[in-house]
Ligand binder design. Structure first.
Ligand code: ADP
Ligand code: MG
Length: 227
């Protein structure tokens, strides 16, 4: 569709430039971080909170540059036939403690599906991005349901449903635009990266959402993708 086309143009425009900027920011940042640590260890206690804020903010810049690099860097793509259910279970294990801290339970339901021709670490990143968003959409806890199954014409699907804040209809079109975030500490890069990865696997990602009720993200992927 037209909307998807516009998105890919934005991605390639933002791509190269942001990768080189992100890379250039990383080195001085590492130096700052090191010296801050040294200063912090001998800081008077009344200054401690300043150092903590500085460390937090440096961590935030690191996160943004990290996500940018990942999104923009041309990576060697190793497509193999992989077990999506295993990848999903790795991710839920990884995110389980973050979920529990937020009183969120992740429920996984899987049908037997064929192996999928994909880049495992990229799909893992997509699952992480989506489940993190689901957790963050429920500040007072709730349930996340993840389904894996066979869809029509030999494709497979993965659905992630939350009971979170939802996305107002008029803002739905912004999701996936680089840096679009509604969160105080968000980067607005997770959905862009996810769209880009799913696209590069010949798949589709759809979002449906209702304010105050929740969001459902559905990914459909071909099993045999011709690169
Ligand atoms: P970030 O999480 O850093 O804000 P993302 O690209 O992951 O960036 O998401 C962009 C925006 O999309 C979020 O700020 C939020 O407004 C919206 N969003 C994404 N997933 C969900 C969800 N499951 N529930 C509610 N809003 C969501
Ligand atoms: Mg996110």
């Amino acid at each position: 569709t037209e909307l998807q086309l516009i998105k890919s143009e934005k991605l390639s425009a933002v791509g190269q430039l942001s990768a080189s900027i992100a890379h250039e920011i990383r080195n001085p940042l590492t130096a700052l971080k090191g010296f801050l640590q040294i200063m912090r260890s001998s800081a008077p206690s009344k200054e401690m909170s300043y150092y903590e804020i500085m460390a937090d903010e440096i961590a935030r810049i690191e996160q943004i540059t990290g996500e940018l690099l990942m999104a923009a860097k041309p990576q060697v793509q190793h497509f193999h036939y992989e077990n999506l259910t295993d990848i999903l279970h790795d991710v839920t294990k990884l995110l389980n403690s973050q979920a529990l801290i937020n009183r969120v339970n992740i429920h996984v339901n899987t049908e037997a599906i064929p192996l999928v021709y994909c880049v495992a670490h990229q799909l893992k990143q997509v699952f992480i991005n989506l489940i993190k968003n689901a957790i963050e959409s429920m500040p007072s806890g709730g349930d996340i349901h993840v389904f894996i199954g066979n869809s029509q014409n030999g494709q497979v699907y993965l659905k992630i449903m939350d009971q979170g804040c939802g996305i107002p209809e008029d803002l739905l079109q912004n999701i996936g635009i680089p840096f679009y975030t509604t969160k105080q500490k968000g980067t607005g890069l997770g959905m862009m990266t996810s769209f880009k990865i799913i696209e590069s696997h010949g798949g589709r990602m759809e979002i449906s959402s209702k304010e105050e009720e929740g969001t459902m993200v559905t990914i459909t992927l071909p099993v045999h993708f011709v690169e």
